[in-house]
Ligand binder design. Structure first.
Ligand SMILES: NC(=O)c1ccc[n+]([C@@H]2O[C@H](COP(=O)([O-])OP(=O)(O)OC[C@H]3O[C@@H](n4cnc5c(N)ncnc54)[C@H](OP(=O)(O)O)[C@@H]3O)[C@@H](O)[C@H]2O)c1
Length: 260
């Protein structure tokens, strides 16, 4: 039920962190992956490492092929280019993971730079929509598919100085529901909301306080990219064939931790 042989996937923000772990898991499941990010060296390095890892599978199953493309997830021209590249390289666009996210710089809502709000919404909302539109029009409308959007557990609260980021992610969560309703039955659309994961993006939050944060987490550690990738892989796979329009919270139990 976890195999995705013959499926072609686009993973935005796939050069490190959660996106890289998702790309890795997709390759193991047999899917072909186009990973994207802005920095060309980061993309090339990720592609090289994944190719080396998956060149000779040890599990006796075929692993997927991986290619990379640069560009911004907030650019409609770049997202269109990624859809075209995935079709050309792998012959389809069956799976989309909208993982790239913008969260800088941090500021209170009333003092925030309007340009930052626009850029944050471009990357976290408009870009994911453009990518799904492109994949739908070019492939999924006829052939079906599955989409996972990466949101954040922060949409259930109001983190200090995170208004632009969390408001845009709340919009992405709601967009997930609309797309799920619109694109059924052929395309399933779900989201995953990570808690605190030990990546570059969140380093500021965990680096100096990890032992305290881990102790306050019911499962006693912070998240690793693979924890989130497992949830994404499940939602993309046939194992989740009757799941659409839902959000999967993966946070080590932080939401149910005692507050005192
Ligand atoms: N880590 C956490 O605790 C946490 C918690 C909740 C939600 N999330 C969400 O999880 C997702 C992945 O975050 P992460 O923690 O894995 O971050 P990360 O380790 O910093 O990786 C981010 C990836 O996205 C790419 N990227 C960033 N901005 C981009 C843009 N505008 N266009 C294209 N690619 C872009 C980065 O490469 P380039 O810089 O080269 O573009 C990189 O490949 C994000 O949507 C984030 O909001 C993370």
């Amino acid at each position: 039920m976890r195999r995705l042989d013959g499926h072609a996937a686009i993973v935005t923000g796939g050069s490190r962190g959660i996106g890289l772990a998702v790309a890795d898991g997709l390759l193991t499941a047999g899917a072909d992956v186009l990973l994207t990010a802005r920095d060309a060296a980061g993309v090339a390095d990720a592609v090289q490492r994944l190719r080396a890892k998956h060149a000779e599978p040890t599990d006796g199953r075929r692993h997927g092929r991986v290619e990379g493309r640069t560009g911004s997830a907030g650019s409609p021209a770049d997202t269109a280019d990624w859809v075209g590249a995935c079709l050309e390289l792998f012959g389809g666009v069956d799976l989309v993971v909208n993982n790239a996210g913008a969260n800088q710089p941090l500021a209170p809502a009333v003092d925030g730079d309007p340009a930052v709000w626009l850029e944050t919404f471009a990357v976290n909302v408009h870009g994911p929509l453009a990518l799904v539109r492109g994949a739908w029009q070019a492939w999924m409308r006829e052939h079906g598919g599955a989409v996972v959007n990466i949101v954040t557990e922060g949409v259930h609260g109001a983190g200090p100085r995170l208004a632009a980021y969390e408001t845009s992610k709340a919009a992405l969560l709601q967009l997930t529901r609309h797309l799920a309703a619109e694109l059924a039955p052929g395309v399933r659309v779900n989201s995953v909301s990570p808690g605190l994961v030990r990546t570059e993006l969140a380093r500021h939050y965990w680096e100096s306080t990890e032992p305290r944060l881990a102790a306050a987490t019911p499962l006693r550690r912070l998240g690793e990219p693979e924890d989130i990738a497992e949830a994404v892989l499940w939602l993309l796979s046939p194992a989740a064939a009757w799941v659409t329009g839902t959000d999967l919270l993966v946070d080590g139990g932080r939401r149910v931790a005692p507050r005192h």
